[in-house]
Design a protein around this ligand. Structure first.
Ligand SMILES: Nc1nc2c(ncn2[C@@H]2O[C@H](COP(=O)(O)OP(=O)(O)OP(=O)(O)O)[C@@H](O)[C@H]2O)c(=O)[nH]1
Ligand SMILES: [Mg+2]
Length: 196
């Protein structure tokens, strides 16, 4: 059984990926699709269940940099952003706890949107796809709730990048999107609805 982050939340979808891949841009634009169904709920980490770091920070709150709650026919959905995933282990405990909180968010989510910068993949695959990206993509293989969002498809280099991502991740479900211009959002929305 999956842990539910807080009462009233029936389902959770998270955005995860490298810094600069476009997670926050996506979440902000995507929430506009649900503008008339946004629900006000306490932010993550304000309840008693959020883990506290040694500094008294709430790691979970800090890891969830932005989130929305949407009323859905099956209950409330939380759409949650996370901090960028770096391959290197951060030097400070606080940052390590943030990284762990991101993993926990991923683990607790029914739907994982794994965001990659397709334009960067076109320019330089090695920087666009990190080791953690590969681990996450492997985790997502065969999971119905996983989608790889190949972002920045509006940029010319992204066509070649998308081809490369498809070649690298032939067993992952890939949706090309532009978080900036809303390209592919209907596909993302119908994917989300199918999973919930
Ligand atoms: N051209 C283009 N630029 C984009 C797109 N999505 C995001 N960007 C740009 O990419 C940069 C990074 O976007 P963010 O949404 O902040 O990336 P992030 O994944 O949230 O980054 P972190 O919070 O640092 O992990 C910004 O300058 C965005 O404007 C897109 O679809 N097309
Ligand atoms: Mg961000």
């Amino acid at each position: 059984m999956k842990l539910r982050p807080e009462p009233g939340i029936r389902r959770q979808a998270c955005l995860v990926g490298q810094p600069g891949s476009g997670k926050t841009t996506f979440l902000r634009s995507f929430a506009r699709l649900y503008a008339d169904r946004l629900v006000a709920l306490p932010a993550a980490g304000t309840g008693n269940t959020a883990p506290k770091t040694g500094d008294g920070h709430s790691a979970q709150a800090a890891a969830s940099v932005l989130e929305f709650h949407v009323a859905h026919r099956r209950g409330v959905i939380r759409l949650v952003d996370t901090r960028g995933l770096y391959d290197e282990l951060p030097p400070h405990n606080y940052e390590r706890e943030l990284l762990l909180a991101t993993f926990k968010t991923v683990y607790q989510s029914d739907v994982i949107f794994h965001v990659m910068d397709a334009a960067q993949a076109g320019r330089d695959l090695d920087t666009a796809v990190s080791e953690l990206d590969r681990v996450l993509a492997a985790y997502g293989q065969g999971r119905p709730g996983y989608a790889l969002l190949a972002n920045k498809i509006d940029l010319p280099a992204a066509q070649w990048g998308l081809w490369r991502l498809r070649e690298q991740f032939p067993h992952n479900f890939i949706i090309p999107i532009s978080a900036l211009y809303g390209t592919g959002f209907r596909l993302v929305e119908s994917f989300l609805s199918r999973q919930l």
